[in-house]
Design a protein around this ligand. Structure first.
Ligand code: ATP
Ligand code: MG
Length: 739
C-alpha cells in the first residue's frame, strides 16, 4: 500500500515508482528529456541501500561525466548518508580503469600502467607506421588511429579481426599495424582510453572465475545516458549483468549526441533482445520545462527521421514562449544577452540559474569580454577561459615581446614554440649568460649572435628569431594590430604548428586563434589590446559568488537551468560546417539532437540567437539563419527581428553562403595524463621525460577543485595547492596545465 512506501518514493509518479521498485531483473527506462530518468536512478540506488538489497560497494552505477557522478553521489549521500562513498559510481572510463588496475598483470600490464593521451597515441603510431614503411602522406597516422579506435569501440581486438578487415587502408596491413600498436603499448606498460574497456571485456571473456567474482560482487548495475554507450561498453555491462540480470539503463534516443565518438544508438534495441522480458518503462511527464519550451523542442526533433518517437507532457503552468532573437552581429549578440541577463538579475533571478550553451569553444570569447565589461561573474565549465587557453597565451606572448622586448616570461614561453632548436640547454645557457650580463633574454640573444657562446645550430636559431622580432617590431609601427598578429602567427610558424597537429583538439585551437585575431581587431593599438588582456586575466571571479555558466551543449547534457541562452544558430556554426559537408543526414540529425538537448536544458526561459553577420578573418560576411530555427513551431515562439527565418532554406539553395566559417568543433574537456612523473626525494621537483609534462610549481586547472599549483608528485598522482579547495591529491591525468 502506498502508505507503507518509503518517503523517498512518495514524490515519484507511478511510472517512476515502478522503475525504482522493480529492483530485480532488467529494466530499461526510455524517455524524453526532463522526465526524471536521472532522478529515478538516484532514488533507485538509495532504495537498494535503504532496503538492504545491497551494500553500496555492491552497486555499480555509470554516469556520463565525472561531474554527474559527483552530483549523483551527493544526492544519494543526502538520502542514505556517508556510506554513499562506497558506491562504484563514475564514468565508464573511471570504473574500467579502477578495475583494470586490480588485474593489470592478467592483460600483460603492471598496475601502475599509464593512460596515454591522443598526442602520445599519435606519436607511437607514427613510429609504427615508419617502421612498417607506410607512406604517411597517403595513410596519415590520425586516420589509422581513428580506424583502430573504431574497432576498439566495437570491442574488436586484433585477434578477433580477419587479416584483411582493414580493406585497402594502409596497404591492406591495418590489422597488423593495430596488433603492433597494442604490442608496443604493452611494452610501454601503457594503454589508451579505448583499451580500458577493451582489456576488461577481453579479460572477463577469458577468465570465467574472475567474471563470476564480479557478477557476484556487483548485485546491481545502473547506467545513465544509456543512448551514448558504445558497443564495448555494452558488452562489458552485459558480461557483468549476465548472472542476475539486475541491470537498469535509462536513456533517450533523441539525446544521442556522441555518434562521432562511436556511440551506438542500437544498444537500445539490443537491450530488449539480449534481456528478454525486460521491464520497459516509459516516463512521459516532463518536470523540467514549461509547455512552450517542451513543444518547441518536440517540434524540432520531430524533423529527425531516425527516432523511436515519444510523447511528452507537463503540468507546469504555461510560461513564456521561446524567444528567438535576430541580431546584427556577434558583438550585438553578446551585448543583448548581457542586457537580458542584467534584467533577469534585477528581477531577482540567480546567476547560477543562467547558462549560455554554445556549439564550439571559440564562441565563449565574445561573451567573456562582455561579462568582464559588465562586471558579471561567469564561469566556463568543461574548459578554460578564453585567455587562459594555451594557444591564446602563446599568441599573446609573441605580442608581449613585440611591445616589450625585455618581457622574459613571455619570450621564454614561445622561444621554442613552435620548435626552432632552442631547447632547454640553449635556454639555460642564455639565462646564465644573461645573468652575468645583467641583461634581458632578448638583449642576451642579440648579443650572443656572432659569438661562440652557443652551439652553431642554436646560434643560428637565435639569430633567426631575433631577426624575426626586429622585423615584426618594424611592422608593428606601420600596420593595424590585427594585421600584425596575423603576420606573426603565420611567419613564426605558430599557426602551422597547429595545422600540422592531427590531434582532435587542433581544429578547435585554430578556431581560437582566429577568434583572437578578431579580438585584436577590436582595439586600435597593440598596447590597448595587451592592456585589455592583462585586465581580463586579473579579473578572476571571486569564488562563492553566483556565476553565469558558459559551456558547450555537449557538456550540458543532463543538466538544467532556469534560463538558457542558445547563441549562434547559423548555418555552418550550428549545424556545424562539418555536419553539413558530410553526405547523408546522420551528422545533421545528430546536430538536431544536440539542439534538442540544448533547448531542453531550460526550465523557464529559452532564448535562441542568430546574427545576420559574422566577422570571419576580419571580413564581414552575412550568415544564414540555422535551419533549426525554421523547424521550431511558430506557435511557441516569440520572434524579435527574426524575419526571414522561413527563407533560410531557400537562401541556402541559392548559394546564400559560400564563405568558410570556423569549423564548429566539439570542445570537450581533455585529459592529459602525465608521463613518467617520478618523485624526487626533496618533493620539490618532478622529473618528466616525455611531453606533455607538468612540474612542481605549474599552475593547473582541475575540473572539481579549480585552479591551483603543483607542490608535489608521486606516480600518477599530484599534490596540488588549490586556490579555493586547499591541498588535494589529484590524478595527474585529470588536470590541465594552464601556464
Ligand atoms: P535528461 O534527459 O535531461 O537527463 P532526466 O530524464 O534525467 O533528464 P531529471 O534530471 O532526472 O530528468 O529530472 C528533471 C527535473 O525534474 C529535475 O529537476 C528533477 O528533480 C525533477 N523531477 C523528476 N521527477 C520528479 C517528480 N516526480 N516530481 C517532481 N520533480 C521531479
Ligand atoms: Mg538525466
Amino acid at each position: 500500500a502506498p502508505t507503507s512506501l518509503p518517503p523517498y518514493v512518495a514524490g515519484l509518479n507511478p511510472a517512476q515508482r515502478q522503475a525504482v521498485l522493480t529492483t530485480d531483473g532488467p529494466v530499461l527506462v526510455l524517455s524524453g528529456a526532463g522526465t526524471g530518468k536521472t532522478r529515478v536512478l538516484t532514488t533507485r540506488i538509495a532504495h537498494l541501500i535503504a532496503t538492504r538489497k545491497a551494500w553500496p560497494s555492491q552497486i555499480l552505477a555509470v554516469t556520463f561525466t565525472n561531474k554527474a557522478a559527483r552530483e549523483m553521489r551527493d544526492r544519494i549521500a543526502a538520502l542514505v548518508g556517508p556510506v554513499a562513498q562506497d558506491l562504484w559510481l563514475g564514468t565508464f572510463h573511471a570504473l574500467a580503469a579502477r578495475m583494470l588496475r586490480r588485474h593489470a598483470e592478467m592483460v600483460g600490464l603492471r598496475s601502475n600502467f599509464t593512460i596515454l593521451d591522443t598526442d602520445d597515441q599519435l606519436r607511437l603510431l607514427k613510429q609504427i607506421l615508419t617502421a612498417a614503411e607506410i607512406d604517411e602522406k597517403r595513410w596519415p597516422a590520425k586516420a589509422v588511429l581513428g580506424a583502430i579506435e573504431r574497432w576498439k569501440d566495437k570491442g574488436l581486438t586484433p585477434e578477433k579481426l580477419a587479416g584483411d578487415a582493414g580493406g585497402e587502408m594502409a596497404g591492406g596491413r591495418l590489422v597488423q599495424l593495430y596488433a603492433d600498436y597494442q604490442e608496443r603499448l604493452r611494452t610501454l606498460n601503457a594503454c589508451d582510453f579505448g583499451d580500458l574497456m577493451l582489456h576488461m571485456v577481453a579479460l572477463l571473456q577469458k577468465e570465467p572465475d574472475l567474471l563470476r567474482e564480479y557478477q557476484q560482487k556487483f548485485k546491481y548495475l545502473l547506467v545513465d545516458e544509456y543512448q551514448d554507450t558504445n558497443t564495448v561498453q555494452y558488452l562489458w555491462l552485459r558480461l557483468l549483468a549476465q548472472g542476475h540480470k539486475n541491470l537498469c539503463c535509462v536513456g533517450d534516443d533523441d539525446q544521442s549526441i556522441y555518434g562521432w565518438r562511436g556511440a551506438e544508438i542500437d544498444n537500445i534495441l539490443r537491450f530488449e533482445k539480449d534481456f528478454p522480458g525486460a521491464a520497459i518503462v516509459r516516463l512521459e511527464q516532463n518536470y523540467r520545462s514549461t509547455p512552450h519550451i517542451l513543444a518547441a523542442a518536440s517540434g524540432l526533433i520531430a524533423n529527425n527521421a531516425d527516432r523511436l518517437g515519444k510523447t511528452l507532457w507537463t503540468e507546469v503552468a504555461d510560461g513564456e514562449k521561446v524567444r528567438v532573437n535576430g541580431v546584427w552581429d556577434g558583438p550585438e549578440e553578446a551585448r543583448t544577452i548581457g542586457e537580458i541577463i542584467e534584467d533577469l538579475q534585477r528581477e531577482g533571478h540567480s546567476l547560477a540559474e543562467i547558462a549560455i550553451l554554445i556549439r564550439a569553444g571559440f564562441q565563449t570569447r565574445e561573451f567573456e569580454e562582455r561579462f568582464l565589461t559588465l562586471g558579471m561573474p561567469y564561469k566556463v565549465v568543461g574548459g578554460l577561459r578564453f585567455y587562459e587557453r594555451a594557444e591564446i597565451r602563446d599568441a599573446v606572448a609573441y605580442l608581449r615581446v613585440i611591445a616589450q622586448p625585455d618581457d622574459d616570461l613571455a619570450l621564454e614561453r614561445i622561444i621554442n614554440t613552435p620548435r626552432r632548436g632552442l631547447g632547454d640547454t640553449a635556454l639555460a645557457n642564455l639565462r646564465r649568460i644573461g645573468r652575468a650580463l645583467g641583461a634581458s633574454l632578448m638583449t642576451t640573444m642579440s648579443q650572443v649572435i656572432g659569438t661562440d657562446e652557443l652551439k652553431p645550430a642554436a646560434r643560428k636559431a637565435v639569430a633567426a628569431l631575433v631577426n624575426d622580432f626586429d622585423r615584426w617590431r618594424t611592422l608593428a609601427a606601420g600596420v593595424p594590430a590585427q594585421e600584425l598578429v596575423e603576420t606573426i602567427l603565420e611567419e613564426s610558424g605558430y599557426t602551422d604548428m597547429w595545422r600540422a597537429d592531427k590531434s582532435p583538439e587542433a581544429p578547435g585551437r585554430l578556431d581560437n586563434l582566429k577568434e583572437l585575431v578578431q579580438a585584436v581587431g577590436e582595439f586600435d593599438t597593440l598596447e590597448g589590446f595587451l592592456e585589455h588582456v592583462s585586465l581580463v586575466m586579473e579579473n578572476t571571479t571571486e569564488t562563492g559568488a553566483e556565476q553565469v555558466t558558459l559551456m558547450t551543449m555537449h557538456g550540458a547534457k543532463g543538466l538544467e537551468f532556469d534560463s538558457v541562452f542558445l547563441p549562434g544558430w547559423e548555418e555552418g556554426v550550428f549545424p556545424s560546417q562539418r555536419s553539413l559537408d558530410e553526405s547523408g543526414s546522420r551528422g545533421l540529425e545528430e546536430e538536431r539532437r544536440l539542439a534538442y538537448v540544448g533547448l531542453t536544458r531550460a526550465r523557464k526561459r529559452a532564448y535562441v540567437f542568430h546574427a545576420a553577420n559574422r566577422r570571419i578573418h576580419g571580413q564581414w560576411v552575412s550568415s544564414v539563419p540555422s535551419r533549426f530555427l525554421a523547424e521550431l513551431p511558430p506557435a511557441h515562439l516569440e520572434e524579435e527581428n527574426a524575419n526571414g527565418l522561413v527563407g533560410s532554406r531557400a537562401a541556402m539553395r541559392d548559394g546564400g553562403y559560400d564563405w568558410q566559417v570556423p569549423t564548429a568543433n566539439t570542445w570537450t574537456p581533455r585529459r592529459q595524463p602525465v608521463q613518467n612523473v617520478t618523485l624526487t626525494p626533496s618533493h620539490t621537483q618532478v622529473a618528466s621525460r616525455k611531453i606533455p609534462s607538468v612540474n612542481v610549481g605549474d599552475r593547473v586547472f582541475h575540473q572539481k577543485f579549480g585552479y591551483g599549483s603543483i607542490v608535489g608528485a608521486e606516480g600518477d598522482k599530484l599534490e596540488v595547492a588549490f586556490e579555493v579547495a586547499g591541498l588535494k591529491n589529484v590524478l595527474a591525468g585529470y588536470v590541465e596545465r594552464v601556464s
